[in-house]
Design a protein around this ligand. Sequence first.
Ligand code: S2G
Ligand code: ZN
Length: 455
Amino acid sequence: VTPSPLVAALRDAAGEPHVLVDADVRAPYEIDWTRRWSGSAAAVVRPRTAGEVSAVLRACAEHGAAVIPQGGNTGLVGASVPRSQEPRPQVVLSAARMTTIGEIDRATLQMRAEAGVTLGALQAAARSAGLDAAVDFAARDSATVGGIAACDAGGIRAVRHGTARMRVAGLEAVMADGSVVCRMSGLLKDNAGYDLPALLVGSEGTLGVITSVLWQLVPRRDARALALVPVGSVSDAVALLVAVRQHLPSLDACELMTDEGLALVLEHIGTTSPVRRAAAYVLVECAARADPLEALAAALDAAGVTDAAIADDTAGRERLWQLRERHTEAIGAAGIPHKLDVGVPLDRLAAFCDAVQAALTDGARPILFGHLGDGNLHVNVLGHDAAEESIDELVLRLAAQHGGTISAEHGVGVAKARWLHLSRTREEIAVMRAIKSALDPECVLNPGALLQPRT
Ligand code: S2G
Ligand code: ZN
């Protein structure tokens, strides 16, 4: 069958074997990981270099196709798969073949990684050089550097190392017109003009397609000690965080679970809890050069903790971490959850949780868990018969009312574009639209993600 002009142009750009047209070959690229978002792609193209990405973007512009940039397709807000509503043909631009990792610069501890490098591969390369990638989250073996930068991902180490933004010392990206922007000097101080890498971090593929990142590594801290502490409430959890924070410069992670979520995980993996039953649980991990177990135990003592499960060996720590890391899987096994990812100032977090639990009735079961250290809470709602947007509206409005954000680490995507005004002012959104229309006037890049199409 003769290929359409678009497919022929894509084949010229990336090579025939890397333009997937067959329906069942395209399928895995057309549905997201939570199976809540899917659409149809005219083709999936898998370029190898920035030059090929540039040729693909020019081909799409010429043939009126929209571009859906895709890394590991672990996104949770519907922004990594074709839209179901988009009238134009959509091309999924997959970074899957862009997996080169560069040498480590020993002076700056920076390492270049192409967009398709998984977080797990990046972490392994860093560790083998005695360094640490300083970003970590459960989807590490699928999530890729390009998507992590494009969404300014967070994860469990942000409380010490910040989000992906802090790791991006430079990047290369291809803009909607095919021009390649490369700012990889890696200089810490380089204030010659607007910070284009910073603009692209968190832009969710709507301003340019990130093809390479200069990643800022940190020295490895191998001595780790982890405590699982049962607490009486979310406000007790916040009080514990405040208490340990001042005593523990080596604090590396501080996560919150509630009893509903832990019970699901324990049942899902078929094990029993290592601590007494409680309303909520806090995971506190310290990482240092020398064993931080004493410092952790002393800090917990000072905070009045009388019972906790503590581990400073790898196996023991992994047994405790899996109680937190397998929340997503255990919840997913119990049903298709409606997932929300909000950030709330710590002094309002307990009130927010109470408000969510009070407001979600008629059979809805909210499972709350997340990154206590940075006020980032995941609200997963099971068994809801209320319409999804009414749950969105309820939880996101409550987050905004408690001084929080509608998206802490998962991005806005398609899922929350309509709610952006709850966290950004009219003026801020106008500036975002001005930038978007300057860099992508035909709205080719990830249409519908982050900014709602103009009505
Ligand atoms: C987490 C993973 C995605 C989700 O576990 O920290 O970011 O909400 C989440 O299940
Ligand atoms: Zn998270």
